[in-house]
Design a protein around this ligand. Sequence first.
Ligand code: FE2
Length: 261
Amino acid sequence: MNSEQLQAVRRHFIEYANGYIDRVGSMRHLMELKREHCAFVARNCRELAASCGWCPADIRTAEALGFLHDVGRFPQLAEYGTFMDAKSIDHGERGWQAIRESGLLDEVEPDLRDAILSGVRHHNAHIVPGNLSAPHYRWIELIRDADRLDIYRIILDALQGNQLGEHSGLALDLPLDGNPCPALIEKIMQRGAPSYSDLKCVADFLLLILSWSYQMNYPATLGIMRERNIVDQIAAYMPTGLPEVGSVVFSLRKTLEEACS
Ligand SMILES: [Fe+2]
């Protein structure tokens, strides 16, 4: 993607998001947070692509994908009043549809356009389909890592501001108190992928998001996690005095160190 195309994506995204933000009343703040999230994910994409040694054109495409990945969130919130896909629509699918209809990427080379659209469409898939065009996976994997990196920022902001309980849905409305569930810890130590239905309290949720370290697609993502000190910052809000929690945190730290050595 060239610089003009990236500039057009940035402009389109801001106008698109602001169009929704100006029209809504009570949900304005949630939409503003989503606009901010997209900008941070775009930054993560650019940083990751650069760390992976991608060429300047690909770094620009990565940034564009970051801006666009969540455009489906705006109509989702406006029309259904929720960010929960299970109670409304698949926001990846909706974003894919909205970008195609906008004609925004019409000037982008078709294979690259399809790859960007694929990144938007599948960024939130529980399981990414295995039958996509091979070059699409590079972009889907990038946006999924970049998105998760920003979830750490959002959760840490809420923890540091003591606002986790006030943000409806942010930590799945789980009880703030309670020790992590032993079965969940066991699953994480075995490198299993726990699901949201395994969670009983916020400490479980924090462990689950940290366990994403084992599933990140790019080693560069682990490098960024280490630079940002994400494991230790989140661990500060967990009962690390419990030996099994301490073991998970130790193992996570080791994984990041090994990926970066
Ligand atoms: Fe999303």
